[in-house]
Design a protein around this ligand. Structure first.
Ligand SMILES: Cc1ncc(COP(=O)(O)O)c(C=O)c1O
Length: 458
């Protein structure tokens, strides 16, 4: 008999899962103005809102906190972090950050100016926010296969190279800040980018003299998909693949709260010393000294250790297997989910799930609230609310797809929790015929509105 695979870790410490009644949840979600970001965590049974900063650190990471060097300058923990970042990526210049958007702020403060164009693959909300905040324009160049939700295209995060070349050719050179590639592509369903595509982006960038940066938040999961789906990479180690991925970029930003399995942290890294020096200037004004970026030494230690654990092949296999377990259960119940499943999450096609709720009434958000009421599961809308308004016309931007994202924290939940999640979604699916009304917006902020907005029933 072929032996099943299992998680390459055992559990030493637990925390309680809160339970609640349907009546309580109905009241709580109303009090939260139908925005799950406004719920208290003890009002949630299983939290799939995000995989960002919600992972379980290992005993090695916890013990490394004790040996953190808290020196203001020249901390040993910084050099520890820098060493592993350079070993993994090849980038010699590293600036720690307290989380991904701080790293993005530093890079974009150096590169992006008003009126610029930033081509990339369906940039994530914080990246889009950073670009639009500077009155620059993000241009989506994701391949068209990303919109064919049910085709088994292996690299739906890829950049459409023809479209990218059009943009690079037809716009003044000084207007293009850089090209940004998110690996994996969160906004497109956690879908990976192939090595061939990264190579192609590099080729175009060289041809037009433009720099390429990776939003490397989930670089290790991306590498795992390359190993398993791309010809010629099956025999390569994750580390070899990672190094090659970064060889096609001039630098990176990283929210380390995902693939480095820490509760806080991030960094930016650069190939070019001059760019790094400029970034250091911004970092010192906004974040902290060059060797900390505002991060305590202990957190840099945990991050460094997490980079090693997060690129371990066995760990990555169990991680991706758990997402597949959840996705397969949902499919078995007839739920419309995006295929192939993402690296960190399963995405539900909310328009197909709730065809009776018009897009003007935010069907994905309706489904998020229904799933919460049904079984206390918190997940997130990746649809019109997250897409925000057009900064010029102030009209809602309707994305091509309305998704509900079930993002799975790393090393936190078991497959039994996932089976519960799938059963809850199935119960909502069974009564979807009765769900035909959505929400209207009561209050919203001009940027990144989904975090704080308030809704009311129609
Ligand atoms: C692809 C991507 N980029 C950037 C970020 C921003 O990271 P942070 O929350 O650490 O600021 C996230 C967070 O989820 C993300 O998924």
């Amino acid at each position: 008999m072929k032996l099943p695979t299992f998680e390459p870790y055992k559990i030493k410490m637990t925390e309680p899962v809160y339970t609640s009644s349907r009546e309580e949840r109905e009241k709580w979600i109303k009090d939260a103005s139908f925005n799950v970001f406004n719920l208290k965590s003890e009002q949630v049974i299983i939290d799939l809102l995000t995989d960002t900063g919600t992972g379980a650190m290992s005993d090695r990471q916890w013990s490394s906190l004790m040996t953190g060097d808290e020196s203001y300058a020249g901390s040993a923990s910084y050099y520890n972090l820098k060493e592993i970042v350079t070993e993994l990526t090849g980038f010699p210049w590293v600036i720690p950050a307290h989380q991904g958007r701080a790293a993005e702020n530093i890079l974009f403060s150096v590169l992006v100016k008003e009126g610029d164009i930033v081509p990339g693959n369906l940039l994530f909300d914080t990246l889009t926010g950073q670009i639009e905040f500077r009155k620059a324009i993000p241009v989506d160049c994701t391949v068209k296969e990303a919109n064919d939700l049910y085709s088994w295209f292996p690299f739906k995060g890829n950049i459409n190279l023809a479209k990218l070349e059009d943009i690079l050719r037809n716009n003044p050179h000084e207007k293009i800040s850089c090209v940004i590639v998110s690996v994996t592509n969160n906004a497109a369903g956690g879908q990976p980018v192939s090595m061939e595509n990264l190579r192609g982006v590099r080729g175009l960038a060289d041809k037009y003299g433009i720099k390429v940066f990776l939003d490397a938040t989930r670089f290790a999961e991306n590498a795992f998909f390359i190993k398993n789906r791309e010809t010629d990479y099956a025999e390569k180690s994750i580390r070899e693949i990672v190094l090659e991925m970064f060889s096609y970029a001039d630098g990176m930003t990283m929210s380390a709260k995902e693939d480095a399995i820490v509760n806080t942290g991030g960094f930016s890294a650069y190939r070019d010393e001059e760019l790094y020096r400029k970034a250091v200037g911004i970092n010192i004004v906004y974040e902290g000294f060059t060797t900390s970026g505002g991060m305590p030494g202990r957190d840099m230690n945990a991050l460094a250790r997490g980079l090693t654990e997060g690129t371990d092949q066995e760990y990555l296999k169990s991680r991706i297997d758990q997402i597949s377990f959840l996705g397969s259960k949902l499919m078995e119940y007839g739920i419309p989910v995006i295929e192939p499943f993402g690296g960190h999450a399963v995405y539900i096609d909310a328009e197909r799930f709730l065809p009776m709720v018009p897009k003007e009434e935010f069907p994905a958000q309706v489904l998020v609230c229904e799933i919460y009421v049904e079984g206390g599961i918190r997940c997130s809308e990746v649809g019109t609310l997250m897409a925000n308004r057009n900064p010029i016309t102030h009209e809602n931007r309707y994305p091509l797809n309305e998704f509900v994202r079930l993002a799975v924290p790393r090393r936190v939940y078991t497959d039994n929790h996932m089976a519960y999640v799938a059963a809850v979604v199935k119960n909502v699916f069974n009564r979807k015929g009765n769900i035909n009304k959505g929400f209207r917006i009561k209050k919203e902020e001009p940027i990144l509105r989904h975090f704080t907005l308030e809704l009311e029933g129609m």
